[in-house]
Design a protein around this ligand. Sequence first.
Ligand SMILES: *Cc1c(COP(=O)(O)O)cnc(C)c1O
Length: 356
Amino acid sequence: MYKKLFIPGPVDVLPEVLEAFAKPQIAHRSQEATDLQKRISENLQKLMYTKNQIILSTSSGSGIMEMAIRSCTKKRAAVFSVGAFGDRWYKMAECNSIPADRFKSEDGQPTTPEMVEEALKTGKYDVVTVTHNETSSGIMNPVYEIGQVVAKYPNVIYLVDTVSSLGGVKVEVDKCNIDICLTSTQKALGLPPGLAVAAVSERAYERAQTVENRGWYLDLVGVYKKAAASYQYPSTPTTPHMWALDYQLDRIINKEGLENRFNRHTEQADIVRNWAKKHFALYSNEDYLSNTVSCIKNTLGNSIADLNKTLSSRGYMISNGYGTTKEKVFRIAHMADRKTEDLLALLKEIEEVWGL
Ligand SMILES: *Cc1c(COP(=O)(O)O)cnc(C)c1O
């Protein structure tokens, strides 16, 4: 039986979006493919509030994370981590022999502009990485304020992972001074996994041009920039995803409307937070709560694994904690095209199962 997924990716996909996948194959060097990529790029620029060039990658979001940190770090990267996905940037630096330092916040706490300023003042770094929305802890970091700090250092490239927020939360890339803003399709964008996208600034390309050993498959400037300049893809892209993304972006921007979509996410986040505070407690600093996923303390100490088993038989699935917090917290995602009535139904089910 299929379950309604309240996990922070992959998310449920609307039937009409799934249908948009089912098209005959097209040649990836055809004018049709170019037109498709152009439409997607222009709509992503609207969604990301940017004039920067858009690149697509037939990988999950992690592919562009690795591309970004590897292509842009010449001196040393300052990696700000508030959880599992911040740590991933650091791991990528390590595995690629890229000099990097990790600045880790306490559990459930954000990356602050002050922390970034402190690090950049040393003059040691030419790249900053930030996780906008840390899916493991339900923290949303202040990327606007951090962007103002980074902007004071003209040689520093600002890389932001918006994998679990973009499409559900407003991220104005140009206003935030973000050089590379990246996301995957299977989270707030509401598509199946398999494609990642990013907006890339001219500064990021200029930096990458000076970095050696960028590889080939994930070479930001030598390969991706060149192709994207004519709305083409360097190798063979997943054209079915492109059709579906094209459809979904049009739906998000022109049918639902961006503000409506962002407001819906805010409303649903409020519902879950209030419910969580009534019955449990929130895990993360309440001044920096995510609008797409809530991380809730398991104050009753009931088994989350058992809860999920029962929910599963009723057609729902939520997430336990990530890593060390496995049974200590549970996470409810409220992103992409989730209907509020379904969210309310889920909360009712949990109340019933646990006798709240
Ligand atoms: C899911 C997630 C990732 C990893 O994305 P993939 O598409 O699985 O590679 C990275 N960062 C955050 C914040 C995420 O939620």
